[in-house]
Write a protein that binds this ligand. Structure first.
Ligand code: NAD
Ligand code: UPG
Length: 437
C-alpha cells in the first residue's frame, strides 16, 4: 500500500520505517529541510535501538523516501498519517496549530478517496476539527481516523512491530477495512486491533499516559513515606507488584517522570477536563508530586554538604529522560543541573547518547565526558539521573580511586544497598535506607 507520513520526528520516522518494513511504499514528509536532507542522505535523525538497520534496509529496497513537499509526498497515498507535534500551549492545552495547518493544506491536494489518520496525541474532538478543515477544500471523499500511537522511546521499533494493541477510532466501514489491511502484519501474534469511535480513541491515549503517570507519582509518594517511616520501597514495590491486579510495571520510584509525553499529556488532559467544567483532582496531584520529586535530592545534597554546593564538583551520570534514547525533553537531569549551577556547583556530565543535545542547552556551563569514570574524576559526589545499563555495575575500585569522596546520590535506585555497604560508599537513593560509608 502507498502510505504518506506527515511529520518525520520521533513517531513519524518510526512509523514510516516500520510500515515500509512490511512491504508498503512510504513517503515521509517534513518541513524541516535539514532533517529531510539528512534522512535522504541515509542517516537516521534520532537514536533509537534497532531503527537504523530497518531504515537502511528499506531505503535500499526503495520502499522509504523523504520529501519536504506535501503534494509530492501524498501523491497516490491511500492513507496519510499525521505524526505532527502537539506541544502544550500557554494554558496547558495541546496546541493543534501544526495538525490543523496540515489539514488545511491537505484538502485541495486529495485526488482520490483517502484515509487521513491522526497519529499524534490530540484532545477529544480533534478528528472532527481535522475533518471540517479538510472538507472545506476537498473535492473527493475521505475519512479521518484516530489511531493514537503508544510506542515508548528506547523500544519504539518493538512497540510498533509487535504492539500489545492498536487503538483505532472510526465509524466508517471503508476506513475500518483499510486500517485492518494495513495493520494485519502487526497483529498476527493475537494482539488485537481495538476499534471504537474517534472521540473514545482520542481519550484512550490521554487516559493511558495519565494512568501510567499516576502509577509513578503514587509510587514516588510511597517512597517518600518509606523514608519517613523506615520502610523499603523496593520491598513494597515487589510486595504489591506481584498482585496481578496491580502489575509489576511502572512502579519504579525515582526523580520523577519526564519525556515528551507524560508531562504534556497529563497537563493537557487536566485542561480538557477543566474545559468540560470537570475538575480532575487526581491529575493535579500527579503533576504536583512530579514537580517536587524532580528536584527531591537537591535538598539532601545541600544538607550533606552543610547547606551550600558552592565550589563542589558533581558528576552527573545520565542526561536523557530515560535510558536507550538521546531525547532530553523534560528530562529530570536538566532540572537538577540547573539547580546545581544556581547553587554554585561545578557539573561534570556523562550520557551515552544525549550529550550533543544537552550541549545545545548548557553549552560550556557544564563539562562533558565520554565516560562515566572521566566525569567522576575529582568529584565530591556522583548524581545518577538516568539508569543507563552501563552505570549498573561499575568497577567500584576504579571509581574509588577517581572520586574525591565516595558519595552517590541515586535518583533511580540503581544499586543494591548491600553492594553500597560493601563498597564503603555513602549512598542516598529514593525510598530506601541511607547507607553511611
Ligand atoms: N515521542 C514519542 O515517544 C511519542 C509516542 C507516541 C505519541 N507521540 C505523539 O506523537 C506526536 C509527534 O511526536 P514526536 O515526538 O514525533 O514529535 P517531534 O517533534 O519529534 O516531530 C514532529 C515533526 O513534525 C514536523 N512538522 C511540523 N510541522 C509540519 C508540517 N506542517 N509538515 C510536515 N512536518 C511538520 C517537525 O518538523 C518535526 O520533525 C505528538 O502528538 C506526540 O505527543 C509521541
Ligand atoms: O516505573 C517507572 C516507569 C517510568 N518512569 C519514568 O516515566 C517516564 C516515561 O517513561 P516511558 O513511559 O517508558 O517513556 P515514553 O517513551 O515517554 O513513553 C510514554 O509516552 C509515549 C508517548 O505518548 C507513549 O506512547 C508510551 O506508551 C508511554 O509509555 C520516564 O521519565 C521514566 O523514567 C518512572 O519514573 N518509573
Amino acid at each position: 500500500m502507498k502510505i504518506a507520513v506527515v511529520g518525520t520526528g520521533y513517531v513519524g520516522l518510526v512509523t514510516g520505517t516500520c510500515f515500509a518494513e512490511t512491504g508498503n511504499t512510504v513517503t515521509c514528509i517534513d518541513i524541516d529541510q535539514n532533517k529531510v536532507n539528512k534522512l535522504k542522505s541515509g542517516k537516521v535523525t534520532i537514536y533509537e535501538p534497532g531503527l537504523e538497520q530497518l531504515f537502511e534496509r528499506n531505503i535500499k529496497q526503495e520502499r522509504l523516501s523523504f520529501t519536504t513537499k506535501l503534494s509530492e509526498g501524498i501523491k497516490d497515498a491511500k492513507v496519510i498519517f499525521l505524526a505532527l507535534p502537539t506541544p502544550p500551549g500557554e494554558d496547558g492545552a495541546a496546541d493543534l496549530k501544526y495538525v490543523l495547518k496540515v489539514a488545511d493544506d491537505l484538502g485541495p491536494l486529495l485526488e482520490d478517496y483517502t484515509v487521513i489518520v491522526d497519529e499524534s496525541t490530540v484532545p477529544v474532538g480533534t478528528a472532527d476539527k481535522v475533518r471540517q478543515r479538510i472538507a472545506a477544500k476537498a473535492k473527493v471523499e475521505f475519512d479521518v481516523v484516530s489511531n493514537p500511537e503508544f510506542l515508548r522511546e528506547g523500544v519504539a521499533v518493538d512497540d510498533f512491530m509487535k504492539p500489545e494493541r492498536v487503538v483505532i477510532g472510526t465509524t466508517s466501514t471503508k476506513a475500518r477495512k483499510l486500517m485492518e489491511t494495513l495493520y494485519a502484519p502487526y497483529v498476527r501474534q493475537g494482539n488485537p486491533l481495538v476499534f471504537m469511535d474517534e472521540r473514545s480513541a482520542e481519550l484512550t491515549k490521554y487516559a493511558a499516559n495519565s494512568f501510567l503517570a499516576t502509577k509513578i507519582s503514587f509510587m514516588n509518594e510511597i517512597a517518600n513515606l518509606c523514608e519517613l517511616v523506615g520502610a523499603d520501597v523496593d520491598a513494597v514495590r515487589k510486595g504489591i507488584g506481584t498482585d496481578s491486579r496491580i502489575g509489576k510495571r511502572f512502579l519504579f520510584p525515582g526523580i520523577g517522570y519526564g519525556g515528551s509525553c507524560f508531562p504534556k499529556d497529563v497537563q493537557a488532559l487536566a485542561k480538557s477536563a477543566a474545559d468540560a467544567q470537570y475538575e480532575f483532582k487526581i491529575l493535579k496531584a500527579v503533576m504536583d508530586v512530579n514537580t517536587t520529586q524532580k528536584t527531591k535530592l537537591i535538598d539532601r545534597i545541600k544538607k550533606y554538604f552543610g547547606g551550600s554546593l558552592k565550589g563542589k564538583t558533581i558528576a552527573v551520570w545520565g542526561l536523557s529522560f530515560k535510558p536507550h534514547t538521546d531525547d532530553i525533553r523534560e528530562a529530570p537531569a536538566l532540572y537538577n543541573i540547573e539547580e546545581f549551577l544556581k547553587e554554585g556547583a561545578i557539573v561534570k556530565a556523562h550520557d551515552p547518547e544525549a550529550m550533543e543535545n544537552v550541549k545545545q542547552l548548557f553549552d560550556s556551563k557544564i563539562s562533558y565526558f565520554d565516560s562515566a569514570y572521566d566525569a567522576a574524576e575529582g568529584a565530591d559526589a556522583i548524581f545518577i539521573a538516568t539508569e543507563w545499563p552501563e552505570f549498573r555495575t561499575p568497577d567500584f575500585e576504579k571509581l574509588t580511586s577517581l572520586v574525591k569522596a565516595r558519595v552517590i546520590f541515586d535518583g533511580r535506585n540503581v544499586y543494591e544497598l548491600d553492594v553500597m555497604k560493601e563498597q564503603g560508599f555513602t549512598y542516598f537513593s529514593i525510598g530506601r535506607e541511607v547507607v553511611n560509608g
